[in-house]
Design a protein around this ligand. Sequence first.
Ligand code: SF4
Length: 396
Amino acid sequence: MAENQRPAKLRIAATLATPLDFAAAPEEALWDELDRLTPIFLSRWQAIRAGAVLPPPAEGLSLLELCRELAYRMLAHCNFCPWNCRVDRVAGTKLGACKLASASRVSSHFHHTGEELFYRGTEGSGTVFFTSCNMRCAFCQNGDISTDKDNGEETDPRTLAAMAWTLRREGCHNINWVGGEVIIHLHAIVDAISLLGRDFEPTRAELVRARRTKADRSFFFDEMPEEATYAGRFNAPMLWNSNFFITPESMKILRLLTDVWLPDFKFGPGRCAMTLAKTPWYWETVTRNLALIAEWGEDFTVRHLVMPNHVECCTYPVLEWIAEHVPQTPVNVMAQFHPDNFCDPGSTKYRDKYAEIARRPTHAELERSWRRARELGLKFDTTTFERRGTRAMIEM
Ligand code: SF4
């Protein structure tokens, strides 16, 4: 798909027509229609993976626009994530846990060369960083954008689509939606994806607006439109890079648009998600969503960040759950935790109650984590050590 030998899901979703009149349909009817079209989509997706030809796009409304419509209906009683705030973010008079109304802000977008090798490739992963988050990780490694909802530029869906369109034409291997957290921007992202699946061409003004947050705009990238198309139309794998604190309803929509998943799995089943991230229902939500994408036969890699003093309570149960439930999936057991945000003793934001994680993990903690991953037979070496060389592996 990254090389356009197959169409991305957005192209397949655009081929499935729906007769529904969205303006007249209650939300329940839209969900019923999604349930009717999903198995048809999946059998078409499987057939195309096996070599079948992509049918032409639907002439009227399609599954793509149905996903878009549902995301906006949800926005009016927001249940994108398990906070289930039920606030009307379109009206914006009352805000939920993420503190967002309907506007989405982008902090930056660029060719990301720091992601795992199979996502960054040679030209980078086309990454769009959104602001704000639905979790409150005290140690957030992107605290500047996750905790500052006013960071970046307010960005409408057409400008978002222009960012993705440009990154892909500049050679990026995928479009990597990330934050902060992305699920809280579901409506804007699904809107942008539905545009990209429908012969979107940005205007000059949209390209100029998009460029304002392009972090690598001082570099020159050749535009290669022919490398961004399948059968003459825009094509790019959509990568969902997320904390996975997501409701089943949102997952149903994402299943139809996401080609590659990159979920975090941070905390064990104890109280750590509450004490470090003020997030209830964490373990049951993330494990349910991981089990879902495995059952759906999706392509994904799990990321786990080793935290100091949390190897036994978090790293071990996370790795053990993966070994028991999704043993074939690649895992990145990451070593780059550093004290940041409310855990950084050098910051005015620092809080004493986070002293236990106000340091980097020790070599011993990392080695114990990797040794456990190895004992469990996880597929983690290539993903975890590709930038570190063989030294760490030898030390084990
Ligand atoms: S995205 Fe989550 S936190 Fe934000 S309003 Fe919706 S349910 Fe609440």
